[in-house]
Design a protein. Structure first.
Length: 447
């Protein structure tokens, strides 16, 4: 049995699910302590488990109000595990091990490499250190800006301003979506000094480690960018603009969302909603009050998500646009998939198809199951399920109203959505077995 366990755990990618599972267990245990909740009673098991899972997977879905239910200690626990989840449990443990012993174990280095999706084996430690520096720098910058703004313009005490600034800075960069305000950032919807730093942090965190490093190393010379960076930047820009236009048009006259503002004040909330819908669970308007067609658009954006090896979830921007390229090539009758004058390998196309189909099946199964166990309409249920599976954290407000069993289902979906169907598939079938022969080819009828 020990040899069987050792063999199963021999590949680094199998450590990733265990790492996140361990983080959830620790976070839940800490949140169950009486000191974690306001008042004399401790938190309920479901509340602690759901919140611990949501924080560790940087989702942002909540079933209790973070600012009033959890004590300062509980809020610190949530923030710490948002940071750990965003940076990657395996990369964090690898960094800690390196700092202690100054010698990373081979297994941990490989696991960290799998998490940040970098192919350069020799510089994994340097990449992890740079990633830590970038993340902390962005978080602290946003924290300082928000703290000063809260203190000077919104009547916060110095301590309240500093804590709220730090918490939301960490939550923004790591796509945590947790807020200490009961209405998220709706109360600051027209304050650009609050909204824009949070949006910028979410954008940077959603680009991914490979893109951030390449932009820093190669500057703005687009011809020198890799195909991955070009796809991520172009796709992200397109989705920002597309989401902004969709939300602006669909919600322009909705008195419960953008319609409550003057016409010249509606642009910033629409832009912010376009940014956070693919990454973090913040919102500056009431998501549950949006029109149904806006909810469908939000579901699509959540499904796509952010960049690969980023704090965002979803199938990832590159995956989505690779699939669009495949469709375009088939329509044109071309033999190869080429983007930006670069041919895409068939292996990558198969991976993109696998990820997308697994996510579709995952979300469809979750929607059917939750719908069968709840009394809510199908659209809000699909919205919540997609938000959990894509680890976004946007909510129509029904998650807190669901039964405990359904909330546990969403917790499982957040866990699976964070580590990714493709990671699970790789962990279960780890070895590549090339065939020494090929079966005869044929063309079955499709369509």
């Amino acid at each position: 049995m020990p040899k069987l366990i050792e063999r199963f755990m021999s590949h680094p990618i199998r450590w990733l699910p265990l790492g996140f599972f361990a983080a959830i267990v620790v976070a839940t245990s800490l949140l169950l302590l009486p000191v974690s909740r306001e008042g004399s009673e401790g938190a309920g098991f479901v509340e602690a488990l759901f919140t611990g899972t949501s924080a560790s997977t940087v989702t942002g879905l909540v079933i209790v109000d973070t600012g009033s239910y959890w004590s300062p200690f509980g809020q610190v626990v949530i923030m710490v595990f948002i940071k750990l989840g965003g940076f990657g449990i395996m990369t964090t443990s690898a960094l800690l091990g390196m700092m202690v012993s100054r010698k990373m174990r081979l297994r941990h280095r490989l696991a960290a490499q799998a998490e940040v999706k970098t192919g350069a084996f020799g510089d994994v430690r340097l990449i992890l250190l740079k990633a830590l520096v970038v993340s902390v720098s962005v978080e602290m910058t946003v924290a300082v800006i928000l703290s000063v703004r809260f203190y000077t313009h919104h009547g916060f005490s110095a301590g309240e301003a500093a804590w709220n600034g730090l918490f939301h800075g960490v939550s923004a960069f790591n796509s945590g979506g947790f807020s200490l305000f009961s209405d998220s950032l709706s109360g600051f919807a027209l304050d650009p000094v609050v909204i824009m730093p949070v949006a910028v942090a979410a954008i940077i965190g959603g680009l991914g480690v490979p893109v951030i490093f390449e932009l820093a190393r190669r500057g703005h010379g687009r011809k020198r960018w890799s195909l991955h960076t070009k796809l991520t930047i172009a796709g992200t820009s397109f989705l920002f603009v597309g989401g902004f236009v969709v939300f602006l048009l669909f919600e322009w006259s909705n008195p419960a969302t953008l319609g409550q503002f003057a016409w010249n004040e509606r642009f910033m909330p629409a832009f912010f909603q376009s940014v956070v819908t693919r990454s973090s669970g913040f919102n500056s308007i009431d998501t549950g009050a949006m029109h149904e067609h806006s909810m469908f658009a939000a579901i699509v954006l959540m499904f796509i998500g952010g960049g690969s090896a980023s704090t965002a979830g979803g199938i990832k921007v590159t995956t989505f646009f690779l699939l669009l390229a495949v469709i375009w090539v088939e329509v044109r009758g071309e033999p190869d998939v080429s983007i930006f004058r670069t041919r895409v390998c068939n292996e990558v196309i198969r991976q993109a198809l696998s990820i997308a189909l697994l996510y579709v099946a995952f979300i469809a199964s979750g929607t059917i199951l939750v719908q069968a166990l709840s009394e809510h309409n199908a659209l809000p249920v699909m919205f919540e399920v997609t938000s959990a599976a894509a680890t976004v954290g946007q909510s129509t407000g029904i998650t807190a109203e669901l039964d405990s069993a359904v909330q546990m289902i969403l917790s499982v979906m957040m866990f699976i959505g964070r580590i990714g169907p493709i990671v699970i598939a790789t962990a279960l079938a780890i070895r590549y077995r090339p065939r020494r022969f090929h079966f005869p080819a044929d063309r079955p009828i499709v369509g």
